[in-house]
Design a protein around this ligand. Structure first.
Ligand code: AMP
Length: 382
């Protein structure tokens, strides 16, 4: 492996320029790499800390090739990069994870079909192209259910919960011609995620399982270790390993899962990249998810994923700025010396926009959660 490794000093390319790219870039710089970032936007979270910011449409394949020519490897922080973009980049540099993984995870139907055909547990689903499909799905799989657009959904965007047959025509109309996926509603007990990396040589490492609480479909608080039996954690990691192997991933992938009330695991979705639920690894694990992504895509040995202390992360959405009428009270949040602040360099706080996060560690996971929630609560003066 060593002779193929992309070593410190090399330049790495990131497609996408949001906070995941920013934290990847910070980790890469710590290890002595340079980072070029590509996206249609300027003054981006990742661009601000990278060595070069390529500003062009993903469809501008000449510019994509220029970008790829200047780097030793291309990775992602954003999965909705069009396939032709990753193919153009792959002419000039290895793309990790490769375009196949990206293609699969961009579309919920493709992803669920892949998972199901490989024997990974998923909630029953149907493809929706016509109102008749929706009616048939409701008959076969029952209600309630969740109707999602098959492509380009995240943070609950393009999702509708369906409760009765009377809602079907309107729900179908709201798809607005887009292909849909009908999923049986999972009355889950909790949501967890496994962030895992795999190298060219097939070395695999997963972080401890994270437990995730959402608010308004957006991740709100994550803590680790998840409050689930060890046996279930092992099973979740085994599922993740099976998925990364089936996809032949080189890089880092996140597997989001539901834990059902009867203690079963169902895979909800895959992300071919680092994940919001993995942010606590920066402050709480021996190796953070961003360094692990780097190690995997550069052909270096993976780092230890050991959780040094129980930890919790709370997202900071633009809503906090709006409630504070300006800058949140950072000093008040940081009064707890076990709380760490991460901000993404986004100028404009909008409702629902991820602006940063707080992490707290503690002697127990309950303590870490209480600390991070209390710190976030102090950001807005009452
Ligand atoms: P997704 O974009 O698929 O990750 O969905 C966002 C959130 O919606 C998930 O984290 C769940 O909280 C919820 N959700 C998605 N699919 C289902 C489902 N089939 N049953 C119940 N809740 C769901």
């Amino acid at each position: 492996m060593a002779d193929k490794a992309i070593l410190p000093g090399a330049t790495l390319g990131v497609l996408g320029s949001g906070q995941l790219g920013r934290m990847f870039t910070i980790a890469a710089r710590r290890l002595g790499y340079r980072v070029h970032v590509y996206s249609p936007d300027t003054d981006t979270p990742a661009g601000q800390v990278g060595d070069a910011e390529y500003v062009a449409a993903y469809e501008n394949l000449d510019r994509v090739r220029d970008f790829a020519r200047g780097v030793s490897v291309v990775t992602f922080e954003f999965e909705n990069v069009p396939s032709p973009t990753s193919r153009a980049a792959a002419e000039l540099a290895p793309v990790r994870p490769d375009g196949e993984v990206l293609h699969l995870t961009q579309q919920r139907l493709r992803e669920k079909n892949f998972l199901q055909s490989h024997g990974f547990p998923v909630t029953p689903f149907r493809q929706i192209n016509a109102l008749a499909d929706l009616e048939a799905a409701a008959r076969d799989l029952g209600l309630p259910a969740v109707l999602k657009t098959a492509s380009f959904g995240y943070d609950g965007k393009g999702q509708q919960k369906l409760k009765s047959a009377a809602e079907l025509p309107e729900a179908f109309a709201r798809l607005n011609g887009a292909e849909g996926i009908y999923e049986a509603f999972v009355d889950f007990e909790k949501e967890i995620s496994v962030v895992a990396a795999r190298t060219v040589d097939g070395e695999f490492a997963a972080f401890p399982v994270f437990e995730n609480a959402h608010a308004n479909h957006i991740l709100d608080v994550t803590f680790a270790p998840a409050a689930i039996p060890d046996e279930l954690s092992r099973e979740a990691v085994k599922l993740a390993q099976g998925i990364l192997e089936a996809l032949n991933v080189v890089g880092l992938v996140t597997v989001e899962l539901f834990v059902t009330r009867d203690g079963r695991l169902l895979v909800n979705e895959l992300a071919p990249r680092t994940h919001n639920s993995g942010h606590l690894t920066i402050d709480a694990c021996v190796t953070c998810q961003f360094e692990q992504q780097l190690r995997a895509v550069c052909g270096l040995p993976l780092g230890s994923t050991e959780l040094r202390r129980p930890a919790a992360m709370a997202n900071l959405l633009g809503d906090i700025w709006l409630a504070a009428g300006g800058q949140p009270d950072w000093s008040a949040a940081l009064r707890d010396p076990l709380v760490k602040l991460h901000l993404y360099g986004k100028a404009e706080p909008r409702a629902g926009r991820k602006m940063g996060h707080l992490t707290a560690t503690g002697a127990t996971v309950e303590e870490a959660v209480a600390r991070v929630r209390a710190a976030r609560g102090r950001l807005v003066k009452t």
